[in-house]
Design a protein around this ligand. Sequence first.
Ligand SMILES: *[C@@H]1O[C@H](CO)[C@@H](O)[C@H](O)[C@H]1NC(C)=O
Ligand SMILES: *[C@@H]1O[C@H](CO)[C@@H](O)[C@H](O)[C@H]1NC(C)=O
Length: 174
Amino acid sequence: MEVFLKLTGLLLGTLLSDWLTAVLSRDFTLADIQQLHVSATPHPRGFKCFTCEDAEDNYSCNRWAPDQYCPKETRFCYTRHWMNADGESVSVTKRCVSPDECVSTGCVQHRAHMVCTSCCEGNICNLPVPWNKTAAIFSTISPLNRVNRVSPGKISALCIIIIIIFFFMLNNFS
Ligand SMILES: *[C@@H]1O[C@H](CO)[C@@H](O)[C@H](O)[C@H]1NC(C)=O
Ligand SMILES: *[C@@H]1O[C@H](CO)[C@@H](O)[C@H](O)[C@H]1NC(C)=O
C-alpha cells in the first residue's frame, strides 16, 4: 500500500513539474491577458490580413477592409505585387499564409514583368505593396524559432521540492 502511495506521489510530482515547466517557461505579459479575452479573437494570436486575389492595384485591394480572422494554421500576411515594364501595378494579391509560403520573398523578373513578394507579421500589417527589393522582405516581430526556457537547474530543484512535499504529506496521512 505504501509503495503504491509513494508511486502515486512520484507520478503526481512529475505531472506537477511538467505543469510548472509550462507555467514558468515565460513571464506573464500583456499579450497573455489579451489572449484570455477569447471573445476578442477566435483563437490565441488571432490576426487579420488584407485579402484580395489579383486586384488591379494596392488601392483596389485595400478598399475592402479585412473583417475575417486568418485561419488558425496561418501566421503571416503575404503580399504579391506584379508590375509592368513601366513600373506600374498590374496585379496585387494579399492573403493570410503559413510560414512556408514566406520563404521566397523578394523580387524576380518575369519577362516584361517584375514580381515582388513580401510577408509580415502582425494584425493587418500588409497594407503597403512592395515596389522593389527593399520592401520585398519577410519581416517578423518575433524570432521564427522562439525557445522559451528556464534554466533546467531551477526546474529540477522545484521538482525535487515538490516530490519531497508529496512524500512528506503522504507519510503524514498514511
Ligand atoms: C497601399 O494602400 C494604402 C491605403 O489603402 C496606403 O496607405 C499605402 O501607402 C499604399 N502603399 C503602397 C506602397 O502603395
Ligand atoms: C524602393 O521603393 C521605395 C518606395 O517605394 C523607395 O523609397 C526606395 O528608394 C526604393 N529603393 C530602391 C533601391 O529602389
